[in-house]
Design a protein around this ligand. Structure first.
Ligand code: FCB
Length: 473
């Protein structure tokens, strides 16, 4: 029996204090070109690997494609008006390389650049800071045909494209992210093949990862040359990786997955070297002969900021002896037999475990690598939403944001120079291999009518931005 004199424990836990963020904290929301724009064949745009992939049978749930998506290309004005209503201080979007440079080489396509000029001007007119990501997974198909990211030349092509965008938009855009989540481009795109271009070769995935980072370094240099005042960074997706038990075998499994998921990128980008244990783990996959002298210096070209995308934590265990690894192509080359363990904690509609303290841990970890300002460039959750009487009361998503913002604030309290937070996503959109079946938006999109309906989380986020923090609960 509980003691009637003390309140039930759950109420105590639910009493959360109000929190104020530092002055000037950059409150934003994020999207990506292929996920929202549509207008796939308009004004000179040509196919990217995601057009090809989504049009290939069996690749995306229900055969969904980004052909129309949220039709943002034609609704830019209305969409920016919605952002202004939310009070966003910044909007993180990506540029479609295939729109700006349809073959991946040569001169810019003026029609494509015009769209981004209009978008940036509209944002600025509404007092919203544009935050431009150069590459959110949509390589022009001709560059994939020429070898894709496993081919070294793609890195040089990325730098050329960067110069085109910097020349056109650099007078108006202050914040730049080169790559979004190179782990996904490399290991889902070329390892497990669940993302475009759908290739499945571990050595190619490792080469792709290297060339993505090389392209990043070259792009940083191209941006600095074209726009010395630009604030330049990269966005990585990071996960705390815990062993399922304290056994040496489980701890070793965690070390391996942490190497592939996190240190594969953090160490070259921020320290200029690959971790030795990672290179050893990958020795059955690749001899790293693709790494040339000077690459790591290019990759670690100094940055102005680091973007962190955070969604969940991985818990892993050693392989069980006698049990074969899943024969499906893996995104963990050399460590295919490591087991991913679920802990039975609440999950989102993606099946991703909800773990807000993991955000604090992740931000503190990156701060251990660098003193640079950090930004959460994505954080959010998919849940099944229903529209009732024109309202979407997405309490689960709202609670997810609330918990993660508290975790972000804890990192600030611990001294992490966290300068901003971007909710993923502004609106429901094409969730890659899941098509339109997973909703991450603060704004609901009816894909038949293209009607936008701000959900409860959007209204709540607007109040967070207004008070620069969270109300007590
Ligand atoms: C991230 C991607 C983003 C979106 C979210 C849910 O990995 O960067 O485009 O798909 O996950």
């Amino acid at each position: 029996m509980s003691n009637p004199a003390s309140p039930p424990a759950v109420d105590v836990l639910d009493e959360r204090p109000g929190l104020t963020f530092p002055p000037g904290f950059l409150w934003g929301a994020a999207t990506a070109a292929y996920q929202i724009e549509g207008a796939a064949a308009v004004d000179g745009r040509a196919p990217s690997i995601w057009d090809t992939f989504s049009h290939t049978e069996g690749r995306v749930v229900a055969g969904h494609t980004g052909d129309v998506a949220c039709d943002h290309y034609h609704r830019l004005g209305d969409d920016v008006a919605l952002m202004a209503e939310l009070g966003l201080k910044s909007y993180r979007f990506s540029v479609s390389w295939s729109r700006v440079q349809p073959t991946g080489t040569g001169a810019a396509n003026p029609g494509g650049l015009d769209f981004y000029r209009r978008l940036v001007d509209e944002l600025l007119a509404n007092g919203i800071e544009p935050w431009l990501t150069l590459y959110h997974w949509d390589l022009p198909q001709p560059l994939e045909d020429a070898g894709g990211w496993p081919a070294r030349d793609t890195a040089a092509r990325f730098a050329d494209y960067t110069t085109l965008v910097a020349d056109a938009l650099g007078d108006r855009v202050r914040y730049w992210t080169t790559l979004n989540e190179p782990w996904c481009s490399a290991f889902l795109g070329y390892g497990s093949g669940v993302h475009a271009p759908g290739r499945t070769n571990g050595a190619d995935a490792v080469r792709a990862g290297h060339h993505l980072m090389l392209g990043h370094g070259l792009a940083v240099q191209a941006l600095r040359a074209a726009r010395p005042a630009a604030e330049v960074g990269v966005t990585v997706n990071l996960y705390p990786v815990d062993p399922a038990s304290d056994s040496p075998a489980d701890r070793d499994a965690a070390r391996r997955i942490d190497g592939l998921a996190n240190r594969f990128f953090l160490d070259p980008l921020l320290r200029g070297s690959y971790p030795e244990d990672l290179v050893a783990d990958l020795s059955t996959v690749t001899d790293f002969e693709h790494v040339r002298d000077g690459d790591l210096a290019t990759i670690s070209t100094p940055l102005d900021l680091v973007g962190v995308n955070y969604y969940s934590r991985h818990v892993v265990a050693a392989p069980v002896e006698g049990v074969e690894a899943d024969p499906a192509p893996s995104c963990w080359p050399g460590s295919e037999d490591v087991r991913f363990v679920t802990r039975g904690v609440p999950v989102t509609d993606m099946g991703w475990e909800i773990d807000a303290p993991g955000l604090t841990e992740t931000l503190r970890r990156v701060n251990g690598y660098t003193d640079l300002p950090l930004y959460v460039t994505e954080n959010g959750s998919a849940f099944v939403d229903s529209v009732v009487d024109g309202q979407v009361d997405d309490v689960d998503r709202l609670a997810y944001f609330d918990a993660h913002l508290r975790a972000a604030h804890e990192a600030i309290d611990a001294g992490v120079p966290l300068r901003g937070y971007f909710a993923w996503s502004l609106m429901d959109n094409f969730e890659w291999a899941w098509g339109y079946t997973k909703r991450f938006g603060m704004i609901h999109v009816d894909y038949d009518s293209q009607v936008r309906t701000p959900k409860s989380s959007a209204k709540w986020y607007a109040s967070v931005i207004r008070r620069n923090g969270l109300a007590a609960q």
